[in-house]
Design a protein around this ligand. Structure first.
Ligand SMILES: Cc1ncc(COP(=O)(O)O)c(C=O)c1O
Length: 380
């Protein structure tokens, strides 16, 4: 029979407690979600700044629909690039102080679209070991050489770079790592890139909106990062993504990135709503301050035997290790009205299944204390 391996592999997933299933969420409101007629406190959302359902963003979306329509109706190189996209690109350039920006339909497609466009024989990619799947797939998609360095281990990266054999080198890292919540040392990476005549590419999916006084992410730490990508699907609370870079790379991507060329442009109404969200992010510093304050409270409220990876982001990873154990803890928390998805391999390395807690600006102190109290009970 054809494709017998499908059923075999699914059975194996079940056996190893790695079987993935979706849950249909009826509604997400503030820090709560509703599923199967039950209400839960949500600690798995990437809406870090609590902007989903913000009335001004909702209004901008409706305005965008009436002005430009829901669909862009074609790819950007045909007639899909509209005034709404142009405004958003300019806002992003000004915010991040970068010459050019280019919009994509998702972060996955932006990462894949950039790396596959650069993946020729004369290129080598140097990726942090914990890079997102889209970065790995993009890097491996073409003829470029690919080397992964140990997570945040810049000594190893430098040693490897000393032996580089190709002229075009791109160092790739995340600003804040998605599953660990820890941060790259942006200044160290930029220095290394400069010293070895490499470019630095940062995936700021989990930094944008959170890091920096106006939420600019990694460029607030070092303005000389060559290329920045971020998705709008996390703190920005819409969808789509952008790449910020210089003019030459911008034009190169428009000409050679297959994801950009052969895909319908993102919805102009969403671009319009995203522009409003970026305005709010820049001025609502209280949202970033609240995440920091609640994160401190969370760390203080956990039992001493529970270890969390240090971070200034919204993501707080508690490593449990075993798949089954992390699923059991997540189930116990669910019974207490807490939604906290257990993260298992292959999303994270073997033996590092974990609880990935996201603290958002729409949580309050009581929510955090309730979470910590129940994690303390569920883990010991
Ligand atoms: C680090 C990182 N990069 C890229 C992406 C992909 O972004 P998107 O969800 O917009 O495809 C994600 C998450 O989904 C992510 O965590």
């Amino acid at each position: 029979m054809a494709f017998e391996y499908l059923a075999e592999q699914l059975a194996q997933q079940k056996l190893t407690h790695r079987f993935r299933q979706r849950q249909c969420i009826a509604k997400q409101q503030e820090a709560n979600l509703f599923c199967n007629d039950k209400e839960y406190l949500n600690f798995s959302s990437n809406d870090y700044l609590g902007l989903n359902q913000h009335p001004d963003i909702n209004h901008a979306l409706q305005e965008g629909v009436s002005k430009f329509g829901v669909s862009s109706c074609s790819s950007s190189l045909v007639t899909g690039f509209s005034y709404a996209h142009n405004v958003l690109e300019n806002t992003l350039c000004e915010w991040l102080n970068k010459p050019k920006c280019l919009l994509f339909n998702s972060g996955f497609s932006a990462n894949h679209g950039l790396l596959s466009a650069l993946a020729c024989e004369q290129t080598q990619f140097w990726l942090d070991k914990l890079s997102h799947a889209s970065l790995i797939d993009g890097a491996l998609s073409g003829k470029a050489k690919v080397k992964r360095f140990l997570h945040n281990n810049y000594q190893q990266l430098e040693q490897l770079l000393l032996k580089k054999s190709l002229a075009n080198n791109l160092i790739v890292s995340e600003g804040v790592f998605s599953m660990d919540g820890d941060q790259a040392d942006i200044n160290a990476l930029q220095k290394i890139a400069q010293k070895h005549q490499a470019w630095l590419y940062l995936d700021d999916a989990h930094s944008l909106g959170i890091i920096g006084e106006k939420g600019q992410g990694s460029v607030s730490i070092n303005p000389h990062v060559d290329i920045v990508m971020a998705t709008f699907g996390k703190a920005v609370a819409t969808s789509g993504a952008f790449i910020a870079c210089d003019e030459t790379l911008h034009d190169y991507l428009i000409n050679f990135s297959r994801h950009y060329i052969y895909s319908t442009a993102m919805s102009p109404a969403i671009a319009w709503a995203t522009n409003k969200s970026v305005e709010i992010i820049q001025k609502d510093n209280w949202r970033r301050e609240k995440i920091a304050e609640l994160s401190r409270l969370f760390a203080k409220s956990l039992n001493d035997n529970i270890e969390m990876i240090p971070t200034s982001s919204s993501i707080h990873a508690i490593i449990v290790g075993d798949e089954k154990k992390s699923l059991d803890i997540a189930e116990k928390l669910k019974a207490k009205g807490i939604w906290l998805t257990a993260i298992r391999p292959p999303t994270v390395p073997n033996g590092t299944s974990r609880l990935r807690v996201t603290i958002c600006a729409n949580h309050n102190k009581q929510d955090i204390k309730y979470l910590a109290e129940n994690i303390n009970k569920a883990i010991n």
